[in-house]
Each structure stands twice: as C-alpha cells, then as structure tokens.
Ligand binder design. Structure first.
Ligand code: MD3
Ligand code: FE
Length: 212
C-alpha cells in the first residue's frame, strides 16, 4: 500500500483473489445513497428469522432479481419480499456500474450481479463467521460496499478454525472477493456506537452477487 495516501488507487491484495479498494465508492456515494434511501422506503430492512430460531441482529433488504431471505424453515434466494410478496426492485445503474468497475479493478471482467443484499447494522449488531455458499457459480466474485459507521471485518480461511485477519472497513470502501477467497470464512465484529453524517447511527453494507 502507498504509505503517503489514505486512499490508494491500486487494489490492496488481502488474499488470493481478494482485493480491498479503500474509498472506491466515495465518488458515487451521493447518488448511491439517494437510490438506497428510496429503495428502503419501499422495502424497509427487516430482522429475518433464522432456522436457528433467532431473529438476525442485522436487518436486511434486497435489490435485484434475487433477494436473500431467511425464515424459521430455511434460507436462500427469493424473487419476492416475504413481508409484502412484492418483487424486489431493480439494482440501480449507479450500483451496477460501481460493482462492475470494482470487479474490473480486481481483474474480474463483466461482473453482472443479479442480487444486492442490503445489511443494516445498528450499534452492537454483528455477523458471525460464515461462508457464502447459496450461489450457483463460484467463479463469480462478490463485491461488498461499506457505508456509514466503520466496522471490523473478519476474514479467515477455508476452515472455520483458520486464523482471521481483521480489516477496518470504512465508509466508501469496496472489497472484491473472488478466486480461492470466494469460499473463505468471514464475519463482522459488533459495530461500535457512533454517528455518521450520511447514515446516522448505522453501518450499511451492500453485498453484490451473481446468485443464479
Ligand atoms: C469473504 N456481509 O451478507 S460481504 C453477508 O459486511 C456478508 O455485511 C458482509 O458477509 C457485511 O454474507 C460483507 C463480505 C463478503 C462476502 C462474501 C465473501 C466477504 C467474503 C465470500 C468469501 C470471502
Ligand atoms: Fe457473507
């Protein structure tokens, strides 16, 4: 990393296939935030139940053809919001373009996500160590965009017991996960209370995937 720049223009390699792009989303943030707020009016983030029998501490919504949903029975991708039965709204062009440009920077050409999961973290919300394995094509990367309050992202290896690196993700950071890292364990440590000028007392993460 360039020690003289807080926001390097070159991708920072985190693991094989994984690249951190600090501040990459900052230029498109005003338009992105406007689109996201509009979306959340129609599809508010909800605390979905898990088959484990607990509501998630993270509230979720989705954009795109396939939304990630969970209930007491199962979890996976659905074309409809389970609360309203309405189809999810399209991923806005500003987000599609951001995802494709970030993937391109990391060496993945023509990334066209069909799912954008919106994770909303209130203070103390966290996401336990897990793998993303509900998608069909593991050769496609995942692009994640962070907004609002910072968080420590935990990034492990192929085994749950592998030691985790801690990555301090900030507003505007983008991470592209592909190649071998696509199957690695990861999670988010409890978000610390605070206030961000754009999102208030929340961290929001967009997870862009090609689900099907
Ligand atoms: C590393 N969300 O929703 S995606 C999730 O901050 C999730 O809310 C994170 O993990 C969040 O499943 C950000 C980061 C991510 C996604 C997929 C990965 C990291 C990954 C796959 C392999 C390795
Ligand atoms: Fe995940």
């Amino acid at each position: 990393m360039d020690l003289f720049s807080a926001h390097p223009t070159e991708p920072v390699a985190l693991a094989i296939g994984a690249y951190w792009l600090p501040g990459f989303a900052l230029p498109c943030m005003p338009l992105l935030w406007q689109c996201l707020q509009q979306h959340l009016l129609a599809h508010p983030a909800q605390h979905m139940m898990t088959p484990m029998g607990y509501p998630m501490s993270v509230a979720t919504s989705s954009m795109g053809r396939w939304g990630w949903v969970s209930d007491a029975q199962s979890y996976g991708y659905s074309a409809h919001n389970p609360l309203t039965e309405a189809p999810w709204q399209a991923i806005p062009p500003v987000i599609l373009q951001l995802a494709a440009q970030a993937a391109e920077q990391a060496g993945y050409a023509r990334f066209v996500p069909d799912s954008c999961l919106i994770n909303s973290y209130a203070p103390d919300s966290k996401m336990g160590l897990h793998r993303d394995k509900d998608e069909q094509d593991f050769s496609q990367p995942i692009v994640s965009v962070s907004l609002g309050l910072p968080a420590i992202f935990m990034f492990g290896g192929a085994k749950r017991s592998d030691k985790t690196a801690k990555i301090p993700l900030q507003h505007g950071d983008v991470v592209v996960w592909g190649g071998a890292s696509r199957r690695f364990y990861h999670g988010v440590a409890a978000v610390k209370p605070g206030t961000h000028p754009l999102t208030g007392s929340r961290r929001i993460n967009l997870t862009l995937r090609q689900a099907k």
